[in-house]
Ligand binder design. Structure first.
Ligand code: S5P
Length: 472
């Protein structure tokens, strides 16, 4: 059964029945995790599996019952499937009939004094299960057991026990986080945030949830105003004006292809990312044309050079060679691996030209080593070089400092990988769950037969996700 639970959690995450971000719950509390099980009606195979696992969980618990009743509305189809597949009669609780005297609260036949099993999708405080139990009991039924798909583990189980109801769950928040972490679906920082939330928002007696106001999310404009570095200020300003937090990665091999793409996607992007060293015909004319397009369409040029050598060498790589990167790229990036010398070297070339740099703190590729202490040390290095480092290439938000920009590659609307280690998340996941400021999309845009329309789709998806963060 545990393999099936694991697969189910991955499926629920994939259909966004489990979401991470900033959500206001019914109670008014801000939560970093949200379960929206209503969507499962659109996925019959998943819905069926949920119903089967609910049934098996109940049977394993030894609960005895003559009828089943779903808490309206999400659990209604689940109870229906359990009833139909296992030949156990169902009852329907009317939600809208407020007047106990004149309307029937419970539809279906039952014997007074018989037991009814309550079926629920998510339990937080247990109050919805309790309310349904009270209605069932008001017509003479007995409720001793309930079964739930997801227990948020905020004290609902204990509350129901006090009310004489034994709650069994298919999965709890802790196990859900463990599964999603193991499959690298969410970063550790997000899992930790949810664990903190569960710890601090228990419904157990004496631990009533504090009404906590989440920290205000600053707009791109507000953050730009806080920045010292001109490139960071310009980028935030472009993002706000063009309503775009999309960077397109132009991983193409000729100048003509890169320029054509830049012109097509220009209106939709805040930044164009290049890999100059994969081009066969890089030239000063190319740089001139690209700079003209950046001025015309208003985007930042980011050369994804990933410097990773001693200071003296990266200085040459940045200033000299075939590409003279510092002459044309507003932004470049570096690995923290060599130590702060890499930044000292780059800075000596870049600062005078008002160029900026990102540090690669996390990577999107499977099995990469930029994790844990390495990531933490990278953030520290950035904090020590704020005159040059304006943010990170990362897979999650690494600091609350609003002047650091988090850019997340490995983003696609569909597709989970490329067979060469790349791992994709959706724009929503990148911006809401992982709190990216900018999403970086390569093949999702330039491989599309219509790159301009594709860029527009990514622009809309990522900007709507940012607006969701602002509003919550
Ligand atoms: O961790 C990383 C860092 C970077 S900069 N993962 C990445 O994929 N990138 C770059 O983002 C990569 O070099 C490529 O240019 C782009 C992703 O391209 P896509 O086609 O997979 O979207």
């Amino acid at each position: 059964m545990s393999d099936r639970v694991e697969q189910l959690i991955l499926d629920l995450f994939a259909i966004e029945a489990v979401k991470f971000g900033d959500f206001t719950l019914k109670s008014g509390i801000q939560s970093p995790i949200y379960f929206d099980l209503r969507v499962i009606v659109s996925y019959p195979v998943i819905m069926n599996e949920v119903a089967e696992l609910l049934w098996e969980t109940t049977k394993k618990s030894g609960a005895k019952f003559a009828t089943v009743c779903g808490v309206p509305y999400t659990a209604l189809p689940l109870a229906t499937l359990m009833s139909a597949h296992h030949d156990v009669p169902m009852l329907i609780r009317r939600k809208e009939a407020k007047d106990y005297g004149t309307k029937k609260m419970i539809e279906g036949k039952f014997e007074i004094g018989s037991r009814c099993l309550i079926v629920e999708d998510v339990v937080t405080s247990g109050s919805s299960v309790k309310e349904t139990a009270q209605v069932l009991e008001s017509v003479g039924l007995v409720v001793t057991d309930a079964v739930v798909l997801l227990d948020r583990e905020q004290g609902g189980k204990q509350k129901l026990k006090e009310a004489g109801i034994e709650l069994k769950g298919i999965c709890g928040t802790a196990q859900l986080l463990e599964i999603l972490r193991r499959h690298e679906k969410i970063p550790e920082s997000v899992a930790e945030q949810v664990r903190d939330f569960v710890r601090n928002n228990s419904f157990l007696p004496g631990l009533e949830p504090p009404v906590k106001k989440s920290r205000k999310v600053l707009s791109y404009r507000e953050r730009g105003d806080l920045c010292q570095h001109p490139v960071a200020r310009q980028l935030f300003s472009i993002m706000e004006k063009k309503k775009s937090n999309l960077a397109v990665s132009a991983d193409l091999c000729t100048a003509e292809q890169v320029l054509q793409l830049a012109d097509q996607v220009g209106p939709h992007i805040c930044m164009l990312k290049t890999h100059a060293d994969i081009m066969t015909d890089f030239s000063t004319e190319f740089v001139q044309s690209l700079t003209e397009l950046a001025d015309r369409h208003q985007f930042i040029i980011f050369e994804d050079r990933k410097f990773a050598d001693i200071g003296s060498t990266v200085q040459h790589q940045y200033r000299d060679g075939l590409y003279h990167i510092a002459d044309w790229a507003h932004l470049t990036n570096a690995h923290a691996l060599p130590g702060s010398g890499v930044l000292e070297g780059l800075k000596q070339v870049g600062l005078d030209k008002k160029r900026a740099c990102l540090l690669i703190a996390e990577m999107s590729s499977k099995g990469n080593l930029a994790t844990g202490d390495y990531t933490k040390a990278t953030v520290k290095m950035a904090e020590e070089h704020k005159d040059f480092v304006v943010g990170f290439i990362s897979q999650s938000q690494l600091t609350e400092d609003p002047t650091f920009i988090h850019m997340t590659p490995g983003v696609q609307l569909s597709g989970s990988g490329d067979g060469l280690g790349q791992q994709y998340v959706s724009p929503w996941d990148a911006v809401v769950t992982r709190r990216a400021d900018v999403i970086i999309v390569g093949r999702g845009v330039y491989k599309d037969p219509d790159p301009a329309s594709a860029a527009q789709r990514y622009q809309t998806a990522a900007f709507e996700a940012y607006q969701h963060r602002l509003a919550n």
